[in-house]
Design a protein around this ligand. Structure first.
Ligand code: PLP
Length: 458
């Protein structure tokens, strides 16, 4: 059985209590993070045989999720239940677009909120519902500054036995994001907080620590949950199987912010996927490419604002997982407790920072040459791949990930390309949806009373 340990287990020092135990998947999923604030990691990475990977050629996406899921949850979810869960989670298309020669775009932008976060959120929500047994409904709390909240909210919509509360800061989300959050409805409630994103996060953190709320079955669905990371290894396996011939190697490029998506690829590699190089392209938040070059880790603080805004992260939380899997240890504040094997990291990972000017130029060039529309995040990934090819002279099979739909950035695309990107199903009727958020003052006592009563505070 695979168990999960904490990335902070090596930390020592006054007042620190490293978590040196191991927990099962169910506990890791429902706890969200380790008691010492570390991230959960599997103590063994299961292997996929080459024939298992190639057997996915021509198969629907959910088959790959089932195959990978079986490796992790064989002893906790019966095969038939897992099939039902993944078929329901992955009921949308996953296009692979040939661009040039052996280079492809993998579009992870056709889920209900048109970003790749749907892939993880839709499976994690169903796993939480499945694993939550015992009395009472599970209450999921999420603090969001935009996209994550709607992906989580949509993913939990209608999921049995679960209520979701999304806290977002008044005036800090775009009007479009606000509509997406306010109108999910059903078992998903939007709470608009007087304050900033940090205030939302603090309310959620205090609620988890509050003994008065212990009986409420509170859990979090934040980006470091292991239940969000594992599903993010599946699309690498599936897309590779569609394109590869006879076990050949592939280069995979992932536009990266918090590094959860890229870590999914690192896991897939260790499960047996022949990844020659993982390209991790960042925007101007260049702490990781700098670290690979110099061996010195310096977070970017405050983080830099770029047009690929979902990647404006100056200290990626999932970097602790990369450190761990390469034999090192990094704490939450960005302090290196133990350096990773840098030589090995450099051999397997290529990382590069892409400026906003280069991002825009890439969107224009790719459209002009290939008639393929990229949005800013996907363009960062594509530019990373192109630079890798130029420097290494490598012309092997390549997959670059597009993480959001271009229709989420209509002004940028229109000003660069003079075209309107077609709107995907998930965003189509947004203006007609109805729903109002529940206002919260930002004061903890009223949030607690609200959770206890299930009603808005007067
Ligand atoms: C969240 C997000 C990213 C960054 O993914 P990480 O897993 O945080 O590296 C990239 N693109 C889009 C559109 C996103 O929403």
């Amino acid at each position: 059985m695979i168990r999960y340990y904490s990335t902070n287990r090596h930390r020592t020092g006054p007042g620190l209590k490293p978590f040196t135990g191991r927990v099962g998947f169910r506990e890791a999923l429902l706890m969200g993070q380790a008691p010492d604030g570390g991230l959960f990691m599997p103590d063994r990475i299961p292997r996929l045989a080459p024939e298992e990977i190639s057997s996915l050629k021509g198969e629907p996406y959910w088959r790959a999720a089932w195959l990978v899921g079986r490796l992790y949850w064989e002893d906790s979810i019966p095969a038939g239940d897992l099939e039902r869960i993944v078929r329901e989670a992955y009921d949308f298309e996953v296009p692979i677009e040939p661009v040039d020669g052996r280079r492809h775009i993998l579009r992870l932008d056709r889920g209900p909120t048109a970003s790749f976060k749907d892939f993880a959120a839709r499976l994690m929500s169903r796993l939480m519902s499945y694993f939550h047994s015992g009395g009472g409904r599970l209450k999921v709390l999420v603090a969001t500054s935009g996209d994550t909240g709607s992906a989580i909210g949509e993913a939990f919509k209608g999921v049995a036995g679960v209520e979701v509360y999304i806290l977002y800061p008044e005036g800090e989300v775009s009007p479009r994001q606000k509509r997406q959050l306010d109108t999910i409805g059903g078992n998903v409630r939007a709470l608009v907080v007087k304050g900033k994103f940090d205030d939302c996060q603090n309310l959620v953190k205090r609620a988890f620590l509050d003994p008065d709320l212990a009986r409420l079955n509170l859990t979090s669905a934040n980006s470091i949950n292991i239940g969000r990371v594992l599903p993010q290894s599946v699309y690498y396996v599936w897309s590779y199987a569609q394109l590869a011939e006879k076990g050949e190697e592939a280069v995979i490029s992932v536009p990266s912010g918090n590094f959860g998506n890229a870590f999914g690829c690192e896991l897939a590699r260790r499960m047996g996927l022949p990844v020659r190089r993982l390209v991790m392209a960042t925007n101007a938040n260049d702490e990781f490419p700098d670290f690979l070059r110099t061996g010195v880790y310096r977070k970017v603080e405050p983080s830099r604002k770029c047009i690929s805004n979902a990647m404006n992260v100056g200290h990626p939380s999932n970097l602790a997982r990369f450190f761990d899997i390469y034999g090192g240890s990094l704490d939450r504040t960005g302090e290196v407790i133990r350096p990773p094997d840098l030589d090995r990291m450099r051999k397997r990972i290529f990382s590069l920072a892409v400026s906003d000017a280069e991002t825009r130029q890439t969107i224009v060039e790719v459209y002009r040459r290939h008639r393929v529309i990229l949005e800013p995040h996907g363009a960062v990934g594509w530019k990373g791949l192109e630079e890798y090819r130029k420097r290494e002279g490598d012309d092997c099979l390549a997959i670059s990930v597009e993480t959001a739909h271009p229709a989420k950035f209509p002004e940028e695309i229109e000003s660069l390309l003079g075209v309107h990107p077609p709107v995907p199903p998930g965003l189509r009727d947004l203006d007609r949806r109805k729903g109002e958020p529940i206002p919260l003052s930002g004061d903890y006592a009223s949030f607690r009373d609200f959770l206890l009563s299930g009603d808005p505070p007067a």
